[in-house]
Design a protein around this ligand. Structure first.
Ligand SMILES: [Zn+2]
Length: 239
């Protein structure tokens, strides 16, 4: 079994910590979008409750308008009745009688519509009350998530500070030439700079077949061997 050089071991630990650091930075980068999404959710919850409230309110307004309309017809009918009472002409009496009937039919129709609207209004009011109550629960959930997000941010930031310190110490322990090569590759690839030789023949980064010389050199524990295709540093995995 070929052993791994201490230099390579140090490089792999450094890489692992830097990858962790990158993952946390990515998490932190999406944090504002996550907070925005929560705020958008709160706005939507409130808007949904408001829509239901307005629906109930508009039914009520409509019903009140019908009430006014019915009152107008009632006073018309009352006026016709007085006129009818006062007239001595049969023709006019009959005409007013027809008018009164028309008004009373109108009042009756309006009252029917009012009853329907009352029913609709009751249902709309109940629906609004349920939605407003549900909205409270949903908003509370959003608030809990916001608190969790806030805590998550603080935790990530703290871990990033710790990792940065650890990375600094680990990097100081790696030989300068190897480190600068590693840094160059990492800055370029942004994911992984040191990869294993897989199946004894291929690069674990780009998966291309390596030259036999590279594979042998990596197996020998040479820290400077890189993939001819992607340029990543190679190591021979210890099983
Ligand atoms: Zn490669």
């Amino acid at each position: 079994m070929s052993g791994m050089s201490p230099e390579m071991e140090k490089l792999l630990v450094l890489q692992e910590r830097e990858q962790r650091h990158m993952r946390l930075e990515r998490e932190l980068a999406v944090w504002p979008a996550e907070m925005k999404a929560l705020e958008a959710r709160r706005v939507e919850i409130r808007a949904a409750a408001e829509r239901k409230r307005l629906a109930a309110q508009s039914t009520e307004v409509e019903r009140k308008n019908l009430e006014l309309e019915a009152a107008a017809h009632r006073s018309k009918a009352a006026r016709y009745k007085i006129q009818q009472f006062e007239t001595r002409k049969n023709e006019e009496f009959a005409a007013l009688g027809a008018e009164i009937q028309r008004e009373e039919k109108e009042i009756h129709d309006i009252e029917d519509r009012e009853l329907d609207l009352m029913d609709i209004g009751e249902k709309a009011k109940k629906a609004a009350a349920i939605e407003i109550e549900a909205a409270k629960g949903r908003e509370a959930e959003v608030a809990v998530k916001e608190v969790e997000q806030g805590a998550k941010k603080i935790e990530i930031e703290a871990r990033l500070i710790d990792l940065a310190k650890e990375i600094e110490i680990l990097a100081a322990g790696v030989e300068e030439g190897v480190l600068s090569k590693y840094r160059r590759i990492m800055a370029n690839k942004k994911d992984v700079a040191v990869v294993p030789v897989v199946h004894g023949t291929n690069c674990g980064g780009c998966h291309m077949k390596l030259t036999t010389a590279s594979a042998i050199s990596a197996k020998g524990g040479n820290v400077g061997v890189t993939c001819e295709n992607c340029g990543r540093i190679l190591f021979w995995p210890v099983d």
